[in-house]
Design a binder for this molecule. Sequence first.
Ligand code: NAD
Ligand code: DAU
Length: 334
Amino acid sequence: MRMLVTGGAGFIGANFVHRTLATRPDARITVLDALTYAGTRASLAPVADRITFVHGDICDADLVNRLVAETDLVVHFAAESHNDNSLADPWPFVRTNVVGTTTLLQAVRTHDVRYHHISTDEVYGDLELDDPARFTETTPYNPSSPYSSTKASSDLLVRAWARSFGIRATISNCSNNYGPYQHVEKFIPRQITNVLTGVRPRLYGTGANVRDWIHVDDHNDAVWTIVERGELGQTYLIGADGEANNRTVVETILELCGKDPNDFDFVTDRPGHDLRYAIDSTRLRTELGWTPTYSDFRAGLTATIDWYRTNENWWRPQKDATEAVYAGTERVTG
Ligand code: NAD
Ligand code: DAU
C-alpha cells in the first residue's frame, strides 16, 4: 500500500505515521508537509529512514498532482488547526484548509485515488452545558470560528466532489485529541509544560467549557477502520465518551504533577468560545466495529505528562514563542 499523508509532521499526522508503521510495517508512506510553525521533522525522527518526506505545500497543484499520481491512498491531515490563531488572522486558514483541500480533491479526481478526509466535531458548532444531546452524523453544520468554518467548508467540498465527480472518499469528524507530539499552543500540552516550567496554568473564562477528549492513537485506529471498512461517500464521527470541563482537566494535571490543584489563573475568555462538544460515535462502533482502547482519561493524561517530562528537547524550542503570542492578548482575571 502506497500512501500519501498530508500534515504528517504535525500532531495527529505524526502519530498516524508512527501508528501505521507499528501496525502495518509494509506501508509505503510519503509525508507531504509545509513545516509551518506547527510542524517539525523532529516528530518523525524515530521513523525518518522508513518514510519519504516531501517538504511542500498542499496548495502547490503541480507538486500535489505528481505525488497523488504515485499513490494508492491519501489521508489528509494538513490544516491550520488552532482556533485562537484563526481569530487573530483567518487568511492562512482559508488558504490551507479550503484552497489546499480543493487542490488535493482535484488531484484525487484526476488520478482516481482513494481519499480520506480528517475533520473536526467543531463543524457542528457547540451544545449547551446542560443539554444531554450529542453530535451525530446528521447534526446540521453550524461552525463558530474562522477555523471551524474553513474545516466545514472543506468537508462540504469533499461531499460535492464525491457526489458530482464520484471520487472515492470518506470523512471523519473527531473530538479533541491529546497525546505525544501535540504543539504547546494547545490546551493540555500548554498546561502541562506550564506546570513543568513553574508557570500557573491558564483557564479561559470560567473554565466551565466542556471538551470530549480522545487519545490520538484511538483517533488514528478509527481512521484506519474507516479507510479499510468505511462506506465510500460517508461520514463517521469519532469520539471516546471523554467529556470533561476545562477546570477539571487543569486540576487533574496539577494533581498528577504533585501540585496544589487550585494553583491556576483564570484569564480573558476566547471570543465566541464554544461551550461544549460531545460526540455520539454509535455509527462507527456498530457499523464498523471500532472501540477505543484508552478508556481511562486519567491514565492517558499520566502517560502524556510523562511524555512531555521526558521530551523537553522536543517542546522547549516552541514554548517561549508560543507564550509570547498568548501574552499579547491574555489578561489574568482571577
Ligand atoms: P497540527 O497543527 O498539529 O498539524 C498540522 C500540520 O499541517 C503541520 O505539520 C503543518 O506544518 C502542516 N501544514 C499546515 N499547512 C500546510 C500546507 N499548506 N501544506 C502542507 N502542510 C501544511 O494539527 P493537528 O492537531 O495534528 O490536526 C490535524 C488534522 O486533524 C487537522 O485537519 C485538524 O482539523 C484535525 N483535527 C484535529 C483535532 C485535534 O484535537 N487536534 C481534532 C479533530 C480533528
Ligand atoms: O474539537 C476538535 C478541535 O479541538 C480541533 O478541531 C482543533 O484543531 C483543536 O485545536 C481543538 O480545538 P479547541 O479549541 O477545543 O482546543 P484548544 O486546545 O485550543 O482548547 C481546548 C479548550 O481549552 C477550549 O475550551 C479553550 C480552553 N483553553 C485553551 C487554552 C490554550 C484554556 O482554557 N486555556 C488555554 O490556555
